[in-house]
Design a binder for this molecule. Structure first.
Ligand SMILES: Cc1cc2nc3c(=O)[nH]c(=O)nc-3n(C[C@H](O)[C@H](O)[C@H](O)COP(=O)(O)O)c2cc1C
Length: 194
């Protein structure tokens, strides 16, 4: 395991939050690829599939102590991560409500000084640039360190094969690079050298 990806003898932990609940989601597939890039440089990885979490909308309970257990489980996983990948489909020129609500359940304690990488997919040819730029704003508001390189995958339904691999090798490398960079910048930040 590359020593760069360790902090106090522990591996850098990178989680990916998937903003699509759809069976066969291309966002999910893209995040798997990005996580494989993170793993290649020594990260411990986990894809957080929000289908497996029974969340509530922010504001449904009066006091946070009333949150259902899965909200605490989600917050804990994100809080202990050094790096976070946010993946979303482009929905009506923005990112998905599922991801927005998950982010609204979190604050600085989960995101401050975390290295964040962004990936978006779209049905149309224009790509997911709007969703990504809005996620960049949200991440910065949560005081995360967002890496400059993001990836938008246009016409996602044609971009992947049945195994969730991208047909385009160059695009695969760019998606993997987001995972690699998040891991490396998180290692650098947590080394205390910057
Ligand atoms: C409610 C909704 C809104 C959408 N809005 C857009 C859009 O504004 N631009 C676009 O290119 N595709 C749009 N799409 C298509 C999705 O971006 C596309 O199907 C994407 O692959 C879905 O991601 P997934 O495969 O991870 O579920 C929309 C889809 C839905 C369901």
């Amino acid at each position: 395991m590359p020593i760069l990806s360790q902090v106090n003898n522990e591996s850098i932990n990178v989680v990916a939050l998937c903003g699509s609940l759809r069976q066969g989601s291309t966002t999910h597939a893209a995040l798997q690829i990005a996580l494989s890039g993170a793993e290649e440089v020594g990260a411990d990885i986990e894809l957080i599939d929000l289908r497996e979490y029974r969340l509530i909308f922010h504001g449904e309970v009066v006091d946070e102590s009333e949150y259902p257990p899965d909200v605490f489980k989600l917050k804990k996983k994100v809080k202990r991560a050094h790096g976070i990948l946010l993946g979303t489909p482009e929905y009506h020129g923005s990112f998905s409500g599922v991801l927005k609500n998950a982010l609204d359940l979190m604050w600085f304690e989960e995101f401050e000084n975390k290295v964040v990488g962004l990936i978006g997919v779209s049905g149309g040819k224009m790509g997911a640039g709007n969703a990504i730029s809005m996620l960049r704003t949200v991440s910065a508001t949560l005081r995360a360190l967002v890496i400059p390189t993001d990836v938008s995958i246009a016409q996602a339904s044609e971009a992947f094969d049945e195994n969730g691999n991208l047909h385009d090798k160059e695009l695969t490398d760019r998606v993997k690079a987001v995972g690699r960079q998040v891991t490396k910048y998180a290692a650098l930040y947590n080394s205390g050298k910057i």
